[in-house]
Ligand binder design. Structure first.
Ligand code: ATP
Ligand code: MG
Length: 362
């Protein structure tokens, strides 16, 4: 059996540096390495509606933003199937079957859902759809028999839950579905890139992001405001690396070539960190370097985005074509699923014959 890659994002806002280092960058590498049989990337609009039911326009508007971000980082629709979740009704059907294979207690134990519930202040009003989105996400992964899911660390509990569901399905109904593996970023700081404010995660919902589509000026302004080290008041004071957002972003982005180009006083980030901890290196110098590094990475992305923005109907056409392709794959899997679950009544001539005989002989 081949290698099938699947990942997606919620259309709740434009994509940011956290998405880039946590998953997007890897997707483009995987796409270009070509070592896979099929690659799917999808926009999870049904999942976005689970906590935005009263704001469907937000989801509707952000479909195109996420699609533009995909194309501008270099995802190539001739190599990758780009699709929209809600355009594949088979995913909802598979979710319904999966619902019976998970207990409420198991869902309540999912640590990512716990954190997200706390973040969203639902109180007593948690939507059932939100609570059960890990099940729907398992269907999103299982429909194409994905083997590999490149994602950030917050997705680990989701993948674990998906594997459990698939295992349970295969045990009860027979070997139809495939257990997927998560593919985490290899660089530790990229597992969960912190927000500009120093909070644990850069997230659209927390508004602490540098977006891939931010202008060079916006990147500059945001980096200048970024959280560093509250104990590093004067340049001479010893600084701390732990929790320092600017140094963390440099960890995720800066290469030795960037030092040659923008900051030849140092060979690499290790030297910068050493000086920073010793004292005598100001935050502004680090920030200026980061601004240069980020803008260098983001400029080609911005330029590509501008090109795709000139032909929005074409972007929708790409999504439509991808959705049709994904739907064919889903239809095939669901056919196997119904057969395995013995709910393929009309296709089962044996069943009809046996029932007919039973009543004729009664
Ligand atoms: P929302 O706030 O609406 O949940 P989000 O910013 O968390 O949005 P998602 O669409 O939920 O983004 O995440 C999509 C993918 O990006 C997932 O694989 C997730 O692990 C990864 N990701 C998101 N934020 C980060 C981050 N700060 N660091 C690393 N990976 C991230
Ligand atoms: Mg999220």
């Amino acid at each position: 059996m081949g290698k099938i890659i699947l990942t997606g994002d919620r259309p709740t806002g434009r994509l940011h540096l956290g998405h880039y280092v946590g998953s997007l960058r890897r997707r483009v590498e995987l796409q270009n390495e070509g070592d896979y049989d099929k690659m799917f990337v999808f926009i999870a609009d049904i999942q976005a509606l689970t906590d935005n039911a009263d704001n469907p326009d937000k989801v509707r508007q952000n479909i195109i933003e996420v699609a533009l971000d995909y194309l501008s980082v270099g995802l190539d629709p001739s190599k990758v199937t780009l699709f929209i979740q809600s355009m594949i009704p088979e995913l909802s059907e598979l979710t319904m079957y999966f619902m019976n294979l998970v207990s409420v207690a198991r869902l309540q134990r999912n640590p990512t859902v716990k954190t997200e519930l706390a973040m969203r202040n639902f109180g007593q009003g948690v939507p059932v759809g939100f609570f059960t989105y890990p099940i729907s996400q398992a269907a999103d992964i299982a429909f194409c028999k994905a083997t590999t899911v490149p994602a950030g660390e917050d997705q680990e509990p989701m993948l674990e839950q998906c594997r459990e569901i698939v295992r349970r399905f295969n045990t009860i109904y027979g070997d139809v579905l495939v257990e997927p593996q998560i593919m985490l970023p290899t660089n530790k700081v990229c597992l969960r890139l912190p927000g500009l404010d120093g909070s644990a995660k850069m997230s659209k919902s927390l508004g602490n992001c540098i977006y891939l589509s931010d202008t060079a000026k916006e990147v500059e302004q945001k980096v200048k405001m970024a959280y560093t080290d509250p104990l590093h008041l004067r340049v001479e004071d010893p600084g701390h690396v732990e929790g320092n957002v600017v140094l963390t972003y440099l960890d995720a982005f800066a290469t030795d070539e960037d030092f040659v180009e923008f900051w030849p006083d140092y060979k690499n980030l290790e030297e910068v960190k050493e000086h920073y901890c010793r004292g005598g290196l100001g935050d502004m110098k680090c920030k200026k370097f980061l601004i240069n590094v980020l803008n260098k990475r983001l400029e080609p992305i911005r330029l590509r985005r501008r090109e795709f923005e000139k032909d929005i109907p074409e972007v929708y056409a790409i999504l439509k074509k991808g959705s049709e392709e994904a739907r064919e794959v889903a239809a095939k899997t669901l056919h196997e699923v119904r057969e395995a679950m013995r709910i393929n009544y009309f296709d089962d001539a044996e069943l009809i014959k046996a029932q007919a005989e039973k009543y004729l002989n009664a």
